[in-house]
Write a new protein. Structure first.
Length: 201
């Protein structure tokens, strides 16, 4: 009787251990995973050295715009005012444009940031001439401080999409040039827009 009881106790202890130990290990792993996840989210959400670029665009700007509808066409000029402000703790810059474009009132909003997950600058543009979102991603050349972004935008002329390259070059601490290049069906690029922005003081 004693041996049978001892065997039963040993079996019960084995069953308890076989159930509890994996649960305890899983709980410990889960706690570690949660801690790692929190640390990763904090790292990805942190404002870093790349976000310092955004500070240059803070302020009010007078913007002269030239647009070309197709290669060889004369440019269409227009004027806008832009206001740049840091938002969401310096993680993004919101640039709001107001003025006229091709004789019509114009409003546009750009949100520019640096995505720590993608390791790229990301830009979103919307305006009152379209219902589309215009997205680009790119990188900053540390030597020249030129920001180059690329994307695929809706093309109202063809009804399809077109490859885009945007280039921002600083001409001084209070002036920059922003150019948009479109890739034609034959693979060649042409400059479709140029903005020259001067800081208002």
């Amino acid at each position: 009787m004693f041996m049978k009881a001892a065997r039963r106790s040993a079996c019960a202890l084995f069953l308890v251990c076989s159930v509890l130990l994996p649960v305890l290990r899983l709980s410990a792993q889960t706690a570690q995973d949660q801690q790692k996840a929190v640390e990763m989210y904090m790292k990805l959400g942190a404002v870093g050295e790349h976000h310092a670029y955004l500070k240059q665009l803070v302020g009010e700007w007078k913007v002269s715009v030239s647009m070309w509808m197709f290669p060889g066409s004369p440019p269409t000029p227009s004027q806008t005012r832009a206001k740049g402000e840091l938002i969401l703790g310096g993680r993004f810059l919101r640039m709001t444009h107001n003025g006229s474009m091709m004789g019509q009132p114009f409003e546009g909003v750009q949100t520019l940031g640096y995505d720590n997950f993608l390791n790229k600058y990301v830009s979103l543009w919307v305006d009152n001439t379209s219902t589309s979102f215009y997205l680009t991603t790119g990188s900053l050349d540390p030597a020249t401080k030129i920001l180059t972004e690329e994307g695929v935008w809706p093309d109202p002329m063809s009804g399809g999409k077109v490859k885009i390259r945007n280039v921002t070059k600083w001409l001084g601490p209070d002036e920059f040039r922003y150019e948009t290049y479109m890739t034609l069906p034959n693979g060649t690029e042409f400059k479709s827009m140029e903005e020259r922005a001067v800081r208002l003081k």
